[in-house]
Write a protein that binds this ligand. Sequence first.
Ligand code: MCN
Ligand code: CUN
Length: 795
Amino acid sequence: PGTAPTEVAPTQVCASTPMGYGSMRRKEDARFIRGQGRYLDDIALPGMLHGAILRSPFAHARIVSIDTSAAEAHPKVKAVITGETLAGLGLAWMPTLSHDVQAVLATDKVRFQGQEVAFVVAEDRYAARDALGLIEVDYEPLDAVIDARTALDEGAPVIRDDLDGRTDNHIFDWEAGDAAATDDVFARADVVAECDMLYPRVHPAPMETCGSIASMDPVTGKLVVYTTTQAPHAHRTVYALVAGLPEHKIQIIAPDIGGGFGNKVGIYPGYVCAVVGTIVTGVPVKWVEDRSENLMATSFARDYHMRGEIASTKDGKLLGVRVKVLADHGAFNGTAQPSKMPAGLFHVFSGSYDIAAAHCQVTGVYTNKAPGGVAYACSFRITEAVYLIERLVDVLARDQGWDPAELRMKNLVQPEQFPYTTALGWEYDSGDYPRTLQKALDIAGYAELRREQAEKRERGELMGIGISFFTEAVGAGPRKTMDILGLGMADGAELRVHPTGKAVLRLSCMSQGQGHSTTFAQIVAQELGISPDDIEVVQGDTDQTPFGLGTYASRSTPVSGAATVMVARKVRERAKIVAAAMLEVSPDDLEWEKGRFQVAGDPSASAAIADIAMAAHSDLELPDGVEGHLDATCVYNPPNLTYPCGAYICVVDVDAGTGQVKVRRFIAVDDCGVRINPMIVEGQVHGGLADGVGMALMQLMAFDSDGNHLGASFMDYLLPTAMECPSWELGETVTPSPHHPIGAKGVGESATVGSPPAVVNAVLDAIGVRHADMPLTPAHVWRAMRGDPIRTDLA
Ligand code: MCN
Ligand code: CUN
């Protein structure tokens, strides 16, 4: 026991570059491993100044006065900007991605600890930081709302008194599903299990923090912003709307990004301050936050208080699930998700099971905490949904004495039910759930593990086995149902094949470490027979790329990937006409065969793509109406989301004396449809599994009752390392998406979404406790074993 079975072989990396899909090494790594990455902080523009932000020490306080005179007198300080300065420019408040406003620099009140109060621009970073200490702010502290469950209490302090007529902290009520039909199945059910659970506030904590360099050219009036963004075009449109500038006067450039994980989707006050800084000083201004600023003030994740119920027959046929959610959105409603869905895609919470009725009711509230809300590989809140259903299924199994694997197997949507429409209206596109779960059980050796567990129990040793099965909805999304700030979620792609047969692909999405330079080149290679090494992928510069909404919610492969396929096929259609002219045959006589068009029945008469490219740019006579050259553009509007799935099994040992959890094994069988680069897919899964171990066992943004942030450094906000992770055991099933042009589904967040409930289920299985909230630190586990459940998020 304890050793990984040998049949799980690691993916072989191709010895030579494949002409399409396959595990080729990442093209970008040659640069990265030689220290040649170019991140925001590596960029220095001539005459550039440096900004620093003064932040609130209080979670809630009225600003009585701000005295900047001493800071302004600092010999190296060039400007001190306050909320009042911004108010004069109409920039004190900016729109959020959820139709709220957020203070760029506070004018009236501060509403969370770490909120932006003033911006100093100085000759160097050190002087800017020193000058922050010279600014005198007189605060009048107010009572803070820290526990979301008290936010709507009578007499609770009103956080957003800036909004007209506000008398409470309520943001929205939203529901999905059929309440009456759900109540009906609950009334008829033999058994009902209920559970209160908190998915605590966590943080994506990318290795690189956020930053911007803004440069306004006083002659041309063009604003260039180098910035850490996952969505360059969306950012440009927001800047255009806020500043009243046309888009062509704004260029957003995202350099290499050192991890995003959703942290780099939104626009932060520091970015806007850098823009104001360059306008005020006439030279480029750089702002880069430090680690504590990143952890305290930028997009957090989760913070969902859920009360879930699940109903079933006495022989374990699941009938219904319902949930009430209290969503803590912090001081400004800045969550990123499709506009019509204030709880994101949370309403996939019926999970992977054939459940007749489901209903959710979600209430969003303001608290005195940082804004944000959707980040950290969340798939727009599918993390919360999967955690909810996978915990409920385990709670039900425990209450009834059922085996959690059997209960799941009995209720999974069957392969012949696809396309399957859930009780909440999602149309799952494809999958073979029973086979996926069976494969995970086989790799784990489930029966043997249960025997081992029983033996260990006899000896007083605590071993746990936890299962989760997830379905994600990724690839947002169809324009008719999904938009962000009115921008439909379609993506553009442009492909140009040069005369010599090399190509450039331009995309609106933006890699933050996912390897797009490699996988998107592989898609073109597969379609056109050009080596991926000869295909340059351009991203992250709005002057160089077509419009599209960017990389988050694992939408790049489903949307930009599909756009890439379609644009490559358009080019191939043109190539066919050119080849026909070259070979003096009708296009109908041509067949496409591994990078060349050949005359049907005569393989000796053929033209390779490189020859066709040269001919397309030559004096070759083309039929009337056919343009020369070899290029195309396309905009892809997905007809549906793609629905990857996976079965995860976690095996833990818990120290009965200390509550320390050791993750001994983790089996992950993922189905993301056709895999473009299996090695990159496995890398994505490895990262997400580590995320899951981190969230389940150690990561937490906790606060004291005054709203002091208790996790503002990596001393307190714990991230998992290789030491806490086992050697992952991966498997796969492949059910292509029927509507995606190459059958690929997204995978970038699957493991982060799917793994936390497996780890939690395993720990609770080991200690024999019905429920305890994450993170299951030794202290929390130890208390849970003693029947002393606690609120993990409050000090
Ligand atoms: N891929 C593939 N075959 C598939 C699906 C995906 O080869 N069937 C490849 C893709 O081509 C891409 C990678 O896997 O190179 C991830 O693809 P996809 O699932 O489309 O996800 P995105 O590229 O849209 O990435 C976003 C996703 C999100 S939302 C978060 S959060 C997250 C994640 O990616 N942030 C990451 N993984 C991350 N990985 C790194 N290293 N850094 C981050 O910040
Ligand atoms: Cu929600 S984190 Mo990813 O979608 O950028």
